[in-house]
Design a protein around this ligand. Structure first.
Ligand code: ZN
Length: 97
């Protein structure tokens, strides 16, 4: 999946494996979020991590063929923006086809 209005894939900055899919969800009626969410995903294959990716609004995470999301650490900074760090584990595939 490439970047679009519907979502995007976060890849490892080192080995380029797709680590996590982010699906954008429709905002609830009357909801208007101006806060940003910064997402970093740790890579289980090379122990590196993705570039940080910013989004906003409502979204859901999805596993890829290479990873399964295990835990999500979140903190909110003083501006009210959210920072998420996703820990992933290895899934079934072990090489980019
Ligand atoms: Zn990697």
């Amino acid at each position: 999946m490439s970047e679009s209005d519907d979502g995007f894939t976060i890849e490892c900055s080192n080995c380029k494996k797709p680590l996590c899919e982010v699906w954008k969800l429709n905002a609830k009626e009357g909801e208007c979020s101006t806060k940003t969410v910064t997402i970093v995903v740790k890579c289980p294959w090379c122990e590196d991590k993705s570039w940080s990716k910013q989004t906003s609004g409502r979204f859901a995470f999805g596993d890829t063929d290479y990873t399964k999301i295990s835990t999500v650490d979140a903190y909110i900074d003083e501006d009210g923006n959210e920072h998420l760090t996703l820990q992933t584990g290895k899934a079934k595939l072990n090489e980019i086809q």
